[in-house]
Every structure is written in structure tokens, then in C-alpha cells.
Design a protein around this ligand. Structure first.
Ligand code: ADP
Ligand code: ZN
Ligand code: ZN
Length: 804
């Protein structure tokens, strides 16, 4: 007899210990670790989903224990959906992120595979209760949920259940739907014989026969067959009637990246690129788990290095995984990989529908894709023969997941690199301080591309002091920027303008009483949207009409601050009436494919100016862009986050890199209220190395990463005093269990203290070495489950990327 170890999915009773279940005789040959099963759980033997994480022989279990074990009810998969590597990783991931193993396992799967349960209620015959007769007259079974039944009815059902008059059934609704299409399967053995039976003038039949003869073993898609001259559905039906073919359904893969591929050849490398490629390829061929930090200025050709090292992995019959930040924002990068490697590439990102993601995942799982490009969660792509992992823009905050498991993609990449004995390449023009510091210590191997391709100069950057009102025209544009825009348009070149919206919104302020219109559910001011003429909360979606008088003092003297992209576009249109302006922000890119469309229009020079939020800073490569303007460089500098300077420096460097990438030289204008700030000054010089050293000193003095490690513990509740008390309790518990030299900051209200009516308190743990900390955090994780039932939520975030 076999015993299965199962991690069950019960949201409020999570533990990291697997439960043992007996594998029914009939399933012994079927069951494998990594499969999902349905098991009875708890007193009521409620049916829940679980993952088999291990199998053992019944001989290893005592007789007494064995009699207590329940059997597995059923299988949810016919093959393991989590391979041995990911199964092992899920254990490590849950330990290092203090999350439950079930959430780690679920994170690794495409959404459609996360099964939903439906509980169905059915009356037990004979049905005498008149209410039951009436309610179940049409459907013999109804889902047990709030939509079907009122609370009073639910209570009534509970009673009826106790009396044995209704029963519950659990139905697993697996949403994974494969798309299939019609195909024909050859049944002919002697083609010569059939050929004699077909009359000479039936060309369609002969054509079909030829097709079948060419590939007698493979099902042929009807859709492809009818493309051949003469072959029609009627011809196929004739063959079917005569028993020469049968019809079947074959899986149809949806191709999410329908854009035409423009095949592209490897470029001859520059000396710096060659050096980088040679070293990385040596690690690929020798199967070394080396981590490279590729520090290359914008436009230095990092992508070509990625492509040629991916080729090296493919040449070894191995696979490559390339991560990019929020891929929907970098369609150009995706095209470049597709153009080089064609249909071997699979793409995984949030812009795909669930079905499309599932298709891509399946292609990868079945070994049909050799190169995977994707955003954060693609790090779990089930590639079995991984030969190289690349993280482009490795400093990007989107690599950190905000919910459980709160993992950093870089850490998972390093784990996989050790597992597969393959190198990792971390690429960036502005590496995170953590990575650059590791390179300094020799933990990572530093590779530098200090020059742009073709010796292009980095664009000259000019800083405009916006505190000097003489320089301004309107609130948002300086005279310099406007005249530079006009000059650029006269040369028929293009302009990219960025409005930094980090920690920034267009809010309403009363000039008489100082009232700011805030969301009633969140501690955040409402943002004005001109398209819908409403004020919206970006956290909870609350919406209200734009007021024309102050809700507090009824003054009509109100002002809208912090202009959004819409208002910027309007202002710019007035200042430069001849300009054709494209706007790109969350509002104009909400529809699927809109992002790509806007960039395409701009690339085709159907517009002169692309004005957008920071989403335009990344990865764009348009040769005709010679002027880049940053409207407000410093809105992120004042945020209560020790990475505020680093983020500002990164953003300015990235956006400046969009100018002058081809033969024409570029110009960058940065408008700022803090012209003296080192992040702005060093961004002007595009001197990452100087910024790194300066910022390291500051972090050293303040005791922050990379000198110290941080863990953020957040506690929330619906009542503010309850949240504060609970946070204090957690803080005391930590204090009693961490090492004496570990520092605890807080509890304090989080900078945005209330979201969706929940109050948040935070505790920051700072430490260098603390062997007791894991145990202390595990205790917090363990109590979080009992606290959830009391209405509290506790989150543990190791190395948080945001403190908002
Ligand atoms: P990065 O990713 O470092 O910003 P890119 O990879 O986008 O830089 O390269 C900038 C430009 O230089 C691109 O248009 C790219 O096609 C081109 N390029 C890269 N390497 C070479 C090379 N070895 N020879 C010619 N052009 C190159
Ligand atoms: Zn809100
Ligand atoms: Zn007022």
C-alpha cells in the first residue's frame, strides 16, 4: 500500500506540514508527486484540493496510524503539473519568504489551473418540505453560495442538513480549457490500392490522398488541408465514409504574438560585447552556476549579448529563460527575441488572456519551446533543460512580488541556476545597489559595456531649475524645453516627454481652507480624470463627480494640483499647436494591445511627440527620437522610502537613454525643483559608478541595504486601535525572540495608513546577522492563521522593495 503526502489547500488552516493519505489500490500506478488530488479534510470530510509532494510505503507508517488515514478521493491531473525541480523549489521558497507552501505551489501554475470548488446542495429524497420542493423544483442541485441563497435561507439549509434532509456535494470546477480543432487521421495501409479506386478526374480526392501519403502517421488539421487546391470538407467526408480516414480533435495552440516575424541575424560584436559573450558562453558550455552582472550604459548593446548567449545554450540543446520587467511595457524586446529565434520562443506575461497563458505554459511543459521570455512569474516556467537565465533591467522593482509568496525573481533565478548548473546574467544600466555591491565583493562577476554602440555619445543632459518662475511658461513647461521641442519638430525628428507620476496625483485643493479631497475609504487623495469627469481613488476604485465648490467651506476657489498626462497634453498642444501628440499612460493603455499600437504609431512617425508616464522610460528604441524631456524629475524624491534616490536616478538614466540611439545625436532636458540633489546631478552626468559610491555611503550611515538586511512586517485590521494593539503585540513577540543586536523600528502607521477601510501598521526589522530571526518569523507566520479568523492580517515581507 502507498501513502501520499499531500499539501492541502485550505485558506484559513494553512500549515507547511503535509497530511498523509492512503492511495487507493486503483490509483497506485497513476499517482506521482506533483499531481493534484482531491482529499477529504477535517471533521466533515470536506473535499479539498491538494498537491502530492511525496509518496512513501505503508511499511514506514505504524499500524495504529495507518488505520486513521483517509483515502484520496480522486485525481485532478493525469500528469504531474509541478515537476520535481519546482516541487523542491516550493519548499525552499516557503522557508525563505515565510509563506505557506500551498501558495508557493499555486504561484507556479498558470491561473486557469487553479481549480475552483463549487459546493452543491441537493435535497435527500423523499422531499416533503414544501420550501425545498419549491426551491429545487427547476434544478435538482444548486450551488451553495450567497448568490443563490439569502443568509436566512443558508441558516435554514444548515438546519435541514442536520436533519439529514439535504446533502452537500463538492464539485471541482477546473477552468483549464484546451482549445481543439478538427483533424483527420489516415487509415489507409495500401495507398496504391486506394489510388486505383479513385477516379482519375477527382483531383480533390487525389490531392487528399497525396497529403495523407506524405504524413501517414500524423493527424492533419482540416483547416490546413482545405488550403490545398481541390480539397474541400466534402472530399474529406467522402474519405471518412469509405473508411480511409477518421476524424479527431487535436489541440490548437493559440499564438499570442501574432505579429509577423522579421528574421534577424546575429550582429558582429564590438570588443566589449565579445568579451562579455565569451565569458558567459564559457559558463554555459561548462555548466557553471556563475552569476554575471552585465553593467552596460543605455544603448550599449546588452540585448545582442543576451541573444548570442541564448544561441549558445540552444547550440548545446539546452533552453534559455529571459525575464523582462512587465513585458507588456517592452514589446520591442519581445520582438527582438522572436525575430532571432522564431517559433522556438514562448511568451508569458500579464497581457495575455488566461487561455493564452495556459497554452504557452503547456508548450513549455511539453518541451516544445526552447526560449521563454516573460515577466516575473515566468521565472517558474517549467523548462527541464535550462542552460541560461537572463534578468534584463535587474534593478526593476516589479521583480519583487507584492503578495504571498513575496519572492524576488532574482533569488529564484539564482536557486534555479544552482539546480541546473547554469549561469545567470543580470543586466542593467543602473544595477541595484545590492547586486553592484555583490559584484564589488566578487560574489557576482562584473562585465561592463561602458560605451554605446558606434561610439555614439551619451546624450547631453541639461537641467532646468523650475523654482525660477522666469524660466517657466505655464505650470509645466520651461521656455528651454518648449523651444527645444519646436526646433526638433522643425528638423522632422521626434520627442519623448515623461511626466513622473511616482507618488503623485492630480488632486483637488481648496485655496481658502486647505481642504484636500480624499477617498472616504483610503488615506489617499482622489485623482482627477478628465475623460470620465470624475475624481477616482487609485487604490480602491471609489469614484465621485469633480466638485465645483469646496465640500468643507463651500468656497469656489479650488485648484487642481499635480497635473496629469491629460492636462500636460492639453497645455503642450496650446504651446506647440502644430505638434501631433500621442499620450501614453494607464488610461490610454488599458485595452489589450493598446500599448503596442501607440508605440507602433509613434515608430511609424504618425506623431511627433510621445508624452507619457514612466512606462515610456523602458526599453524603447526609436532612431528618430533626438529629444527627451522630463517634466518633473523630483516627485519621487520625497517619498518615505530609503530607495527614493536610487529610483529617481534609475528613472532619469533610463529615460535619458531613449534619446539619440542611432546616427543622430540626442539631447535631454530635465526639469526639476531640486537641481542640487545628487541623484539629479549624477543622472545629468549619467555617472552610475559615482552614484553607486555616493549612495553606498549614505546607506552605510543610515544602516540600510545592502549593509543591513530588512524585513517588513505589516499588521492590518478594520479598526485603527485594534491594528495598533495587534502590531504592538507582534512587535513584542519579535522583540522577545530576535537577537539582541537586531533593531526593530515601529510599530508605526504605514505611510498610506488606510486602504479599503483597513488600517495598516508596520514594523521594520533591521539586522546583519541573526540566527534566531527565522524562528521568530516562523512563529509570526504560524499565529497569522489564528489571527486571520479574528479579522487581522499579518504580512511578512523579506527585503521589501516598497514601504508605502
Ligand atoms: P541596450 O539594451 O544596452 O540599451 P541595445 O541592445 O538596445 O542596447 O542596443 C542599441 C542598438 O544598437 C540597437 O539598435 C541594436 O540593434 C544595436 N546594436 C547592438 N549591438 C550591435 C552590434 N554589435 N553591431 C551593430 N549594432 C548593434
Ligand atoms: Zn479608496
Ligand atoms: Zn474650503
Amino acid at each position: 500500500m502507498t501513502i501520499a503526502e499531500v499539501i492541502v489547500d485550505v485558506p484559513t488552516r494553512q500549515t507547511n506540514f503535509p497530511y498523509s493519505y492512503v492511495v487507493p489500490e486503483a490509483l497506485t500506478d497513476e499517482i506521482q508527486p506533483g499531481m493534484r488530488v482531491v482529499v477529504p479534510f477535517g471533521k466533515g470530510d470536506r473535499k479539498v484540493e491538494g498537491f502530492v509532494v511525496g509518496l512513501k510505503d505503508a511499511a514506514d507508517v505504524t499500524k495504529a496510524d495507518l488505520t486513521k488515514l483517509k483515502p484520496i478521493s480522486g485525481l485532478m491531473d493525469l500528469n504531474p503539473v509541478v515537476n520535481p525541480e519546482l516541487l523542491e523549489m516550493s519548499q525552499w521558497l516557503s522557508e525563505t519568504t515565510y509563506s505557506f507552501r500551498i501558495s508557493c505551489l499555486l504561484t507556479m501554475l498558470p491561473n486557469v489551473m487553479k481549480a475552483k470548488y463549487q459546493t452543491l446542495v441537493t435535497p435527500v429524497p423523499p422531499v416533503k418540505d414544501s420550501w425545498l420542493q419549491e426551491r429545487f423544483a427547476v434544478h435538482p442541485a444548486l450551488p451553495l453560495d450567497q448568490e443563490q441563497f439569502t443568509t436566512a435561507e443558508l441558516a435554514r439549509l444548515t438546519k435541514l442538513r442536520q436533519q439529514g434532509k439535504v446533502q452537500l456535494q463538492y464539485q471541482v470546477q477546473n477552468q483549464a480549457k484546451r482549445k481543439t480543432e478538427l483533424a483527420v487521421v489516415n487509415q489507409i495501409e495500401d495507398f496504391a490500392e486506394v489510388r486505383q479506386l479513385i477516379r482519375k478526374n477527382t483531383t480533390g480526392q487525389l490531392a487528399l490522398l497525396n497529403q495523407l501519403e506524405q504524413q501517414p502517421q500524423t493527424p492533419l488539421k482540416q483547416r490546413d488541408l482545405v488550403q490545398e487546391p481541390g480539397i474541400t470538407p466534402a472530399v474529406i467526408n467522402t474519405f471518412q465514409k469509405r473508411g480511409w480516414v477518421t476524424k479527431t480533435e487535436v489541440e490548437k495552440y493559440r499564438d499570442p504574438n501574432k505579429e509577423a516575424i522579421k528574421p534577424d541575424q546575429p550582429k558582429p560584436l564590438t570588443a566589449d560585447q565579445r568579451q562579455a559573450v565569451t565569458q558567459i558562453n564559457a559558463a554555459v558550455t561548462n555548466h557553471q552556476a556563475t552569476t554575471f552582472l552585465l553593467e552596460g550604459v543605455t544603448g550599449s548593446g546588452k540585448t545582442e549579448v543576451y541573444l548570442q548567449t541564448i544561441q549558445c545554450a540552444l547550440d548545446q540543446s539546452e533552453q534559455a529563460l529571459m525575464l523582462v520587467p512587465e513585458i507588456a511595457l517592452t514589446p520591442q524586446m519581445v520582438s527582438r527575441v522572436k525575430n532571432r529565434f522564431g517559433s522556438q520562443v514562448a511568451i508569458l506575461h500579464s497581457g495575455l488572456s488566461n487561455g493564452e497563458k495556459y497554452d504557452e505554459w503547456r508548450r513549455i511543459n511539453e518541451g516544445k519551446a526552447q526560449v521563454v521570455v516573460g515577466a516575473r512569474s515566468a521565472i517558474f516556467a517549467p523548462l527541464a533543460k535550462l542552460g541560461l537565465i537572463i534578468l534584463d533591467e535587474e534593478h526593476d522593482p516589479s521583480y519583487k512580488q507584492g503578495d504571498n509568496p513575496r519572492y524576488h525573481t532574482r533569488d529564484v533565478a539564482l536557486w534555479r541556476s544552482r539546480y541546473h548548473h547554469c549561469p545567470v546574467v543580470l543586466g542593467s544600466a543602473t544595477p541595484s545597489l545590492e547586486s553592484r555591491a555583490r559584484a564589488e565583493k566578487g560574489v557576482y562577476q562584473l562585465l561592463r559595456l561602458p560605451q554605446r554602440i558606434n561610439q555614439q555619445q551619451l546624450p547631453a543632459i541639461q537641467i532646468v531649475d523650475m523654482t525660477d518662475s522666469v524660466q517657466r511658461t505655464g505650470d509645466l513647461f520651461s521656455n528651454e524645453l518648449i523651444s527645444a521641442i519646436k526646433a526638433t519638430l522643425q528638423r522632422h525628428e521626434q520627442v519623448v516627454l515623461m511626466l513622473n507620476r511616482r507618488g503623485f496625483s492630480s488632486f483637488m485643493l481648496c485655496r481658502d481652507c486647505g481642504y484636500v479631497l480624499k477617498c472616504p475609504h483610503c488615506d489617499i487623495s482622489l485623482t482627477m480624470h478628465l475623460d470620465t469627469h470624475t475624481m477616482k481613488c487609485h487604490y480602491c476604485g471609489y469614484e465621485t463627480a469633480i466638485p465645483n465648490e469646496c465640500p468643507q467651506c463651500h468656497s469656489r476657489n479650488i485648484r487642481y494640483f499635480g497635473t496629469g498626462t491629460e492636462k500636460a497634453t492639453q497645455q503642450l498642444q496650446q504651446l506647440v499647436p502644430e505638434a501631433r501628440i500621442l499620450r501614453m499612460d494607464v488610461d490610454t493603455t488599458r485595452k489589450k494591445g493598446a500599448h503596442r499600437r501607440i508605440l507602433h504609431q509613434f515608430g511609424e512617425q504618425q506623431a511627433d511627440i510621445l508624452l507619457g508616464t514612466q512606462m515610456i522610460a523602458k526599453g524603447l528604441d526609436f532612431p528618430n527620437v533626438t529629444l527627451v524631456g522630463v517634466l518633473n524629475a523630483d516627485t519621487g524624491l520625497d517619498l518615505p522610502d530609503f530607495r527614493a534616490s536610487e529610483r529617481t536616478f534609475d528613472l532619469l538614466t533610463q529615460v535619458a537613454g531613449r534619446a539619440g540611439r542611432a546616427e543622430k545625436s540626442g539631447q535631454v532636458i530635465i526639469q526639476t525643483f531640486n537641481p542640487e540633489h545628487y541623484a539629479i546631478q549624477l543622472a545629468q552626468r549619467q555617472d552610475y559608478e559615482a552614484f553607486f559610491h555616493k549612495e553606498m555611503q549614505i546607506r552605510h550611515l543610515a544602516g540600510y541595504s545592502p549593509y543591513f538586511y530588512t524585513v517588513l512586517v505589516t499588521v492590518s485590521a478594520l479598526q485603527e486601535d485594534a491594528a495598533a494593539k495587534e502590531a504592538l503585540r507582534v512587535s513584542n513577540l519579535l522583540q522577545a525572540n530576535v537577537a539582541p543586536q537586531t533593531e526593530l523600528l515601529g510599530p508605526t502607521p504605514r505611510p498610506i495608513a488606510r486602504i479599503k477601510n483597513r488600517y495598516y501598521y508596520q514594523i521594520i526589522i533591521k539586522y546583519k546577522h541573526d540566527e534566531q530571526l527565522p524562528d521568530a518569523l516562523n512563529r509570526i507566520q504560524a499565529i497569522s492563521q489564528t489571527e486571520i479568523r479574528k479579522g487581522f492580517r499579518i504580512a511578512i515581507d523579506v527585503e521589501p522593495q516598497s514601504f508605502m
